[in-house]
Design a protein around this ligand. Structure first.
Ligand code: HEC
Length: 197
């Protein structure tokens, strides 16, 4: 009985010591799941493009160039023209990319790139980092510019031959850019909140 209690105390002490010790990889439990990302993968994810386009890489693309890339890499989940997803009924709303203009003030708002997103540069950054969902980070900068241009064109925002690059993309005025209001919470920095003008 006493022995068991001593053992229990030793056990707790060991646990406390383990928690208090600085976490090192060797002490963390391993679940034999996943793997450490490669430096290249981290580089592909670690890109955030602000509204002014800072960090956009060299390269360019037009909607005409983006059409075939979209058909091959995006249409299976987002529908041929961005509005009729077939792949997952539960994800339908989140995968609509085109249309919805004028619905935000209604009972059934449809949030899309065209109706909701305030900055075209965010679209480039998001596609570059997260799409296609099944193979993120696999598009070249030129391909990302081209599918971005294609989605902007499908939404009636730019022409099919307009060249999107690090200079022209930040200049694209998204339809809902004025639709955001500043977040008044004191812990939100001004730079984080989209500004209404
Ligand atoms: C395997 C299916 C799949 C493929 C292929 C795919 N997507 Fe997606 N995409 C999704 C899903 C699911 C979401 C919703 C993700 C979420 O809400 O977290 C999404 C979201 C998006 C969004 C954000 C929509 C919004 O308004 O929030 C954009 C933009 C987008 N995808 C672009 C693309 C582009 C461009 C391609 C091709 C290069 C692509 N996707 C390929 C499944 C896919």
């Amino acid at each position: 009985m006493l022995a068991r209690r001593v053992l229990a105390v030793v056990g707790v002490a060991a646990l406390v010591a383990a928690i208090a010790a600085p976490a090192s990889r060797a002490q963390l439990p391993t679940y034999r799941l996943g793997r450490t990302p490669t430096a290249e993968e981290i580089k592909a994810w670690d890109v955030t493009i602000p509204p002014d386009g800072k960090g956009l890489p060299p390269g360019s693309g037009t909607a005409t160039q983006g059409e075939s890339i979209y058909a091959a890499r995006c249409a299976s989940c987002h529908g041929e023209r961005g509005q009729s997803p077939k792949y997952d009924p539960a994800a339908t709303k989140r995968t609509i990319l085109v249309g919805g203009r004028g619905t935000l003030n209604t009972d059934k708002p449809v949030l899309t790139v065209g109706s909701f997103w305030p900055y075209a540069t965010t679209l480039w950054g998001y596609i570059n980092r997260a799409q296609p969902v099944d193979e993120p980070g696999s598009l070249t900068p030129d391909q990302v510019y081209a599918v971005t241009a294609y989605l902007l064109h499908l939404n009636g925002i730019i022409g099919e031959h307009d060249v999107m690059d690090a200079r022209t993309l930040p200049a694209v005025k998204m339809p809902n850019r004025e639709g955001f209001v500043p977040d008044p919470r004191p812990d939100v920095r001004k730079s984080q909140a989209p500004r209404a003008r």
